[in-house]
Design a protein around this ligand. Structure first.
Ligand code: TXA
Ligand code: MG
Length: 347
């Protein structure tokens, strides 16, 4: 057990000190949880194989699932990669800093443990000011997966980080709740083309606005389970993610069909609805995850709602299906995994 420091970056008077302490610990090869605009990240010096190995232990993460390396400045990119494809430069200009991760051929400087033994490295430049300040102060690229125990939903608040990770990390930098709420968009670059491996707040449409829609495709595993024999381009695809304790089922259909289905569940033990603000609760215990017409609000709320449902002791959860478009694709992808791909078509 480690005595975990809670460094408060919310108090303007203490912020500078919190950032300096976090940077110092990172330079010493320690683990520090940092806020980002997507979800909180469990950070270590990406170039220090020993420090990075500790991330896997702290999270209970499979060793072959590679980490994202976080930078605060374009000058940090070149030493990490063998080449920066032209498309990556164009996308970086438009979407960095921000919730976009790009997979590129890795240089010798990146230890195998960081890249899960792959020949590529995933890089992202976060926009969160505290994250940027910590990276800059430490002078290091930071490897940081989401700061949850492997298998539970990514944490969007410092409180959830503490629940999962107190005693396992040196420090938690306490800041505001993550604004986006789902992890970054991960893309692989193949010549002029990009393949979305994990959807996020930078949407396929956003990528197409820079590269042209003929150059953007979405991996089939985003909306369907990996087929036997199908290659997991991103090792993360293989693992069961975001698994709440309750059995989650997605209900696809109109507000009316959702209402009718819900009414039939009334009185059943441990049944909860995960619904939109526009839906009624139909006499069942329920939690809202944003507005049906605002996918960004759904992304912001989803992981926290899944954790709350577990705390409430929900056994069965019926979730109203989001529109799988734009940011909604990321919401649908995370919910599908939480539901182990159980979907009922109501209409
Ligand atoms: O928003 C985010 O991306 C957050 C914050 C902390 O930045 N981080 C995050 O990291 O979500 P993690 O480790 O939970 O997810 C990283 C994903 C995994 O699905 C992993 O398989 C994929 O990125 N990945 C990492 N390196 C890769 C590579 N070289 N090739 C393909 N996929 C890779
Ligand atoms: Mg994760």
């Amino acid at each position: 057990m480690i005595n975990t420091l809670h460094l408060n970056a919310l108090d303007p008077a203490g912020r500078e000190e919190a950032i300096e302490k976090a940077a110092e610990l990172l330079r010493q090869g320690k683990l520090v949880i940092i806020p980002t605009e997507t979800v909180y990240g469990l950070a270590a010096n990406a170039l220090d194989a020993q420090a990075v190995s500790r991330i896997f232990v702290a999270k209970g993460r499979p060793q072959d699932n590679p980490l994202i390396v976080h930078i605060s400045d374009m000058a940090q990119l070149d030493p990490l990669v063998r080449e920066v494809p032209r498309s990556a430069r164009l996308l970086a200009e438009k979407f960095w800093p921000g919730p976009l991760t790009m997979v590129m051929p890795k240089s010798q400087a990146v230890p195998d443990v960081t890249s899960g033994g792959l020949d590529t490295v995933a890089v992202r430049m976060p926009s969160h000011q505290t994250a940027r300040d910590i990276i800059e102060k430490s002078g290091l690229p930071l490897a940081a997966p989401s700061a949850n125990l492997s298998g539970s939903p990514s944490p969007t608040t410092a409180h959830r980080c503490a629940q999962d990770m107190d005693g396992r990390v040196e420090a938690i930098v306490v800041d505001e709740d993550s604004q986006v709420g789902v992890e970054s968009t991960v893309i692989a670059l193949h010549g002029e083309d990009v393949l979305v491996l994990r959807p996020g707040a930078v949407t396929p449409e956003d990528l197409a606005s820079v590269l042209g829609s003929e150059h953007v495709s979405v991996h089939s595993s985003i909306t369907a389970p990996l087929q036997p024999g199908e290659k997991a381009e991103s090792p993360g695809m293989k693992y069961k993610h975001y698994a709440p304790k309750a059995e989650v089922t997605i209900l696809r259909g109109s507000k009316e069909a959702f209402a009718e289905f819900a009414a039939q569940q009334k009185g059943k033990d441990g049944v909860y609805l995960l619904r939109f603000e526009e839906d009624g609760d139909y006499g069942l215990p329920s939690l809202c995850y944003g507005s049906q017409s605002d996918p960004a609000s759904q992304a912001h709320r989803l992981f926290e709602a899944l954790r709350e449902l577990d705390e409430l002791g929900a056994k069965t959860v019926y979730a109203h299906c989001p529109e799988a478009e734009g940011v909604g694709l990321a919401v649908y992808n995370r919910l599908l995994r939480a539901a182990a791909f159980r979907v009922i078509d109501l209409d």
